[in-house]
Design a protein around this ligand. Structure first.
Ligand code: MG
Length: 253
């Protein structure tokens, strides 16, 4: 009996230690693109983020006028507005490293062969209907490819946030990027937490504890300077999204 009691005490202590000192995790912003032969949101950048064992690799998603999901950051590439363009025109465009702009499916196929988590950002679309379709098609694609437990959704769009929370399988983390909702509001909506710009968290450091007290997580972007990284780590922020994942890893060691 005494042994069981001791064992339980030990387990409780371990759980306490793990929650108290849960280490900040590293998310590569648009992949690890500051590397040889890489480019933002390229397959190469995703592979690179995985190769240095990032917790996650973030990427940006748009839907073309003919309903194809593509991975790219900017709304407009070489004068072509992605959400108003035909996919054939978008897929003919090249990234800085010579890769073609990837279709989401192709990008996820690569992700499937890797370990890093897939941090799926849906960009706010001018056309709300297309944005809603992008949420649903994205969720269905993730499901079809067996990636439900590998993905986390993030978005600046309040409408897309609601749709992700409504349609993504229960337990899939959904975070809001726009910085204008309190932890309480997001908690009531069912979000996993906040994913806010560093300036927002510096202005509202109390939101970090509020989130944690509500059982939610705190992400911050895009933190590239050593001093800022140290501040975030000291605040117990759960995830840091950065263009400098190796610098952050070095600081966390
Ligand atoms: Mg992004």
């Amino acid at each position: 009996m005494k042994t069981i009691k001791n064992l339980l005490t030990m387990l409780a202590l371990m759980a306490f230690t793990m929650t108290t000192f849960a280490q900040t995790k590293v998310i590569a912003h648009r992949g690890y693109w500051k590397t040889e032969g890489s480019a933002q949101n390229s397959l190469r950048a995703l592979i690179k983020a995985d190769s240095i064992n990032c917790y996650g690799s973030e990427f940006d998603v748009w839907m073309t006028a003919d309903g194809r999901l593509v991975v790219n950051h900017d709304a407009k590439v070489d004068g072509i507005v992605i959400e108003e363009a035909q996919s054939a025109d978008v897929f003919g465009l090249k990234l800085g490293n010579g890769e073609y702009i990837p279709a989401l499916e192709q990008y996820l196929e690569m992700g499937k062969s890797l370990d890093t988590r897939l941090i799926f950002e849906l960009k706010p679309h001018e056309n709300r209907l297309r944005e809603a379709k992008a949420v649903i098609d994205g969720i269905m694609m993730i499901e079809r490819m067996g990636l439900n437990d590998r993905v986390e959704y993030i978005t600046f769009s309040a409408a897309a946030l609601e749709e992700f929370l409504k349609y993504a399988p229960k337990g899939t983390p959904v975070y809001y990027l726009n910085g204008d909702k309190t932890p309480q509001e997001l908690y009531r909506m069912g979000a996993a937490g906040i994913d806010y710009n560093l300036s927002v968290l510096k202005k509202h450091p109390e939101w970090i504890k509020e989130c944690h007290d509500l059982g939610m997580k705190v992400n911050v972007w895009t933190v590239n300077k050593e001093d800022d990284m140290k501040w975030c780590i000291g605040q117990g922020i759960d995830f840091i999204t950065t263009n400098e994942p190796e610098l952050l890893q070095k600081l966390l060691k």
